[in-house]
Design a protein around this ligand. Structure first.
Ligand SMILES: [Zn+2]
Ligand SMILES: [Zn+2]
Length: 346
């Protein structure tokens, strides 16, 4: 089969012929139905290396990219019960040990077990005809097609997990701010609209992204410039917002987050922009917390899938054929993807 693999650190991706893998104990072979194209892949392919980011030492090229996956079970490995051939499934991008304190608490994305990487992030992912996945990482799809479900496993899961962490402070009299309405951010706006009662404000530099935020029900949509913070305060009676979701994560967006969050608020950093914000007493309103989240739990994924199956929150998908992966990444790099690009195998 053809696979699109990370050629090496800062060496981009390329198509390679590889054998169809055999499922081992506890694994299933998934026939791919869709694989989402994520901005983090651009960092992995072109910018990052283990010298600068020691956390990458556990994962080594080459491996097949694509960590946002859904398809159909093709074969099950020894010892796998529950799953049967033909079942449509979403594959969590979090491959966890299942035995550490975090996993036992249901917080699999913060697994403290051995770091093995996961499909598309160290292990072979879904930009191929087939991929292997641990049976434990799957969530069944009842009616949703895999190419529509694929973005739920990262764009959906990661944004949902971030929103869920702030639900306790998002009372109907408190506003939320989403910075960056891309693959993850557009899902964040939709989850906030579905799960909270207060105003949702969205910020993005792209007009197409702002239009999407409006369509998804954002109450106020703003361009990103030097008046954004003032506009947010004006719209919230001078109070600011109780929760900020920064899906960009550069210095300017963190600065915006800090300047509009109100006391007892929560800032969640999701974007991998690599920005920093100096924390000291007085830099933030009292009792503000900043959290850095990663992915989401298996139960978060089940909830995300349930919301999509019900038709309440579904990703906006822009499909690309398998031989157009380079083009899809290029479009993402240039900010020309609306919602999520999904690679559909031929
Ligand atoms: Zn991702
Ligand atoms: Zn664990």
């Amino acid at each position: 089969m053809k696979a699109y693999r990370l050629a090496g650190w800062k060496k981009g991706g390329h198509y390679v012929d590889v054998p169809v893998p055999e499922p081992g104990p506890g694994q299933v072979l998934v026939r791919m139905g869709g694989a989402g194209i994520c901005h983090s892949d651009l960092h992995i392919m072109h910018e990052w290396s283990p010298e600068e980011r020691p956390e990458l030492a556990a994962i080594a090229p080459e491996f097949t990219l694509g960590h946002e996956n859904a398809g159909w079970i093709d074969r099950v490995g020894p010892g796998v019960q529950r799953w049967e051939q033909g079942q449509a499934v979403a594959v969590s991008p979090v491959w966890s040990c299942g035995a550490c304190a975090a996993c036992r608490a249901g917080d699999d994305s913060y697994c403290e077990g051995p770091r093995t990487g996961s499909g598309g992030l160290g292990q072979d992912g879904g930009l191929a005809s087939y991929m292997l996945a641990p049976a434990r990482s799957l969530v069944a799809l009842q009616g949703l097609a895999p190419d529509q479900a694929a973005p739920l496993t990262d764009a959906g899961l990661t944004s949902y997990h971030a929103v869920k962490r702030s639900l306790d402070v998002l009372t109907p009299d408190a506003a939320a701010l989403v910075i960056g309405v891309g693959g993850l951010g557009h899902m964040g706006v939709a989850y906030l609209r579905e799960l909270t009662g207060g105003p949702v404000i969205a910020v993005d530099r792209s007009e197409a992204a702002r239009n999407m935020a409006s369509r998804l029900g954002a109450d106020l949509v703003l361009d990103s410039d030097d008046r954004t913070a003032e506009a947010v305060r004006d719209a919230t009676h001078g109070l600011g917002v109780r929760a900020v979701f920064d899906f960009v994560g550069i210095d300017a967006t963190l600065q915006l987050a800090a300047s509009v969050v109100r006391s007892r608020g929560k800032i969640t950093m999701v974007g991998l922009g690599g920005g920093t914000f100096p924390v000291r007493f007085g830099a933030l309103p009292h009792a503000t917390t900043i959290g850095v989240t990663f992915g989401g739990s298996l139960s978060d994924l089940a909830e995300v899938v349930a919301l999509a199956e019900l038709g309440r929150v579904r990703p906006h998908v822009q499909p690309f054929d398998f031989d157009r992966i380079d083009e899809a990444y290029h479009a993402l790099h240039e900010g020309r993807v609306e919602g999520r690009a999904v690679i559909v195998p031929g």
